[in-house]
Design a protein around this ligand. Structure first.
Ligand SMILES: [Zn+2]
Length: 536
């Protein structure tokens, strides 16, 4: 049987140290449930005594039934000069329901000397007594050895002594922290091996890395290779400075490439969904190039490449996208052939005959000559396919729209849009204000159609890019607008091209809503759910 590696999530503590990160108590609870569903073993919910919001989260969590995850509470070793039992922070941990307590303590003599001015012997006593006190109160203890790798390089005997003090006092795991993110893989491997040798029989070793040297994931993986059996990290690598180790990359590597047992096999298929959900909650736009879970992680372009994929996916894919809940994307460009267009269409539930596919390729070439570009506009391409087969049905018919931009003497700029459209035989006239013409049009349009199509409320515009194309295309200067939209499960792009920026934006806007409403897109989501079921 494969060895087990425990996954420990610290998104709610270390992750929220990242710039601009903040979550309400309810959103934190949603993150915990998402991690539980994913099957993460330990979820650190924060320090219960640090502020009322964290205390409230622990109170709520005490009443939640989690299926896979155990909750860990974070705290520090006792202060100097008092006993562990008198330390208010440790008392808070004892009173908290969480079965696991993670205690952080010093291991680097430079820190003791320059920052805390604690005597090295006293520091060892602080570690041992704090761990022993929590053990005596029935808690399981993980000891986080802060700045362990710097400490080990500086004074290996003392760093190992700190770890040993925690283990001898009853810690079940000692997690080695690369708090500065300064270490390189070979250094992590060497130090981890030393700790595993010193403590391996009585406690497991964990790893907690940061990405300051771009090695957060690599350092976690080499630590596991060197014997670590617990990995701390955050969803999507959130964290202060350059971020923490990204669990969304670590978990599939351990499970699919290194043969460790992390999540239950059917859980790994929730990875992409979890990554995007947590992005959504944290108000972060999902990184398109993120390994495994990014929108471009399995996006293929160009005839030969796509032909290879169609014959045998292993030719161009490092893992099966379905294994991590992602999906293959065939990017459509002028270079694409009939086969690519047919494959892309059938992914969305549309079967194109050879003739229809050839016509679609011609249409793509024609539009790309005018400045369209479908690689990033998969939503618009899906609509184009439907237009080709006659299966396209517009959501509404436009009678007219008008946008007014007014700049006042005091510097304020106001925008107002009025649209007149027909939806299922009925005429709607709507006016909306916005922070710009596209925003005002978007609001007016949604207002007009949301009664008929309530799902448009779930669709959010997440990115807006405008480019002026040069005149060498032969048609004069035109504006290309690319929009990205998301319904929380999926993201897609749409495009508009016109000599007029507002017209180009309108085209992209209408495409983004129509593409979001396509039956093929919701099938696409179901299809992924189906892949997971088949896998389980
Ligand atoms: Zn950290």
């Amino acid at each position: 049987m494969a060895a087990q590696v425990l996954i420990y999530d610290t998104t709610l503590r270390d992750g929220l140290q990242g710039e601009g990160m903040s979550l309400s108590t309810d959103e934190r609870l949603q993150v915990v449930h998402a991690l539980d569903e994913l099957g993460v073993h330990l979820v650190e919910a924060g320090f219960p005594g640090s502020n009322p919001r964290e205390a409230e989260l622990f109170e709520l969590l005490a009443r939640e039934a989690l299926r896979h995850s155990e909750v860990a509470a974070f705290g520090m070793t006792r202060r100097r000069g008092i006993s562990a039992a008198e330390d208010p922070g440790l008392r808070t941990l004892v009173d908290c329901f969480a079965p696991v307590c993670t205690l952080v303590g010093k291991t680097w003599s430079l820190h003791l000397d320059k920052v805390t001015r604690v005597d090295p012997e006293e520091n060892l006593a602080m570690i041992a007594e704090s761990v022993a006190f929590l053990r005596g109160e029935g808690k399981r203890v993980i000891y986080d050895a802060e700045h362990f790798f710097d400490g080990y390089r500086d004074d290996p005997a003392y760093a190992l002594g700190c770890v040993r003090a925690a283990v001898e006092a009853g810690a079940e795991n000692v997690t080695l922290c690369d708090t500065n993110g300064s270490s390189l893989p070979a250094q992590v491997a060497e130090a981890t091996t030393a700790v595993v040798t010193a403590t391996g029989r009585t406690a497991t070793v964990g790893i907690h890395t940061h990405d300051d040297a771009g090695c957060g994931v690599a350092n976690s993986l080499v630590a596991v290779e060197s014997g670590a059996r617990l990995v701390q990290g955050t969803v999507n690598g959130y964290g202060e400075r350059c971020g923490n180790a990204n669990l969304m990359s670590i978990v599939p590597a351990l499970q699919l490439k290194m043969g460790f047992d992390c999540l239950e096999p059917d859980r790994l298929g929730r990875l992409t969904e979890t990554a995007h959900l947590v992005d959504e909650l944290c108000n972060v736009i999902p990184g398109p190039n993120q390994p495994y879970v990014g929108r471009n992680a399995f996006a293929h372009k160009g005839g030969m490449h796509v032909a290879g994929i169609v014959r045998d996916a292993r030719t161009f894919e490092h893992v099966d996208p379905a294994a991590v809940g992602n999906h293959r994307d065939l990017l459509i460009s002028e270079l694409s052939g009939r086969g690519t267009v047919q494959a892309r269409a059938s992914q969305n539930g549309v079967e194109l005959s050879d003739d229809q596919a050839a016509e679609a390729v011609e249409r793509v070439k024609e539009l790309e000559h005018r400045g369209f570009q479908f690689e990033a506009a998969d939503g618009s391409f899906d609509l184009l396919i439907r237009k080709q087969t006659g299966a396209y049905e517009p959501l509404f018919r436009l009678e007219s729209f008008r946008v007014i931009v007014e700049k006042r003497e005091d510097g304020r700029v106001q925008t107002e849009a009025t649209i007149k459209i027909w939806v299922e035989g009925e005429r709607y006239v709507r006016t909306a204000e916005g922070n710009g013409p596209v925003n005002a049009l978007d609001r007016a349009l949604r207002d007009a159609i949301c009664a008929t199509y309530p799902h448009v409320r779930d669709i959010e515009l997440v990115n807006f890019k405008v480019r002026i194309l040069d005149e060498r295309k032969g048609t004069g200067a035109v504006t290309r607008v690319l929009l990205d939209a998301s319904d929380g499960m999926d993201t897609w792009g749409s495009i508009g091209v016109s000599e007029n920026v507002i017209e180009a934006s309108w085209e992209a806007l209408v495409d983004s809503l129509e593409a979001g409403m396509l039956p093929g897109r919701s099938d696409h989501v179901r299809h992924r759910a189906g892949d997971r079921a088949a896998q389980g």
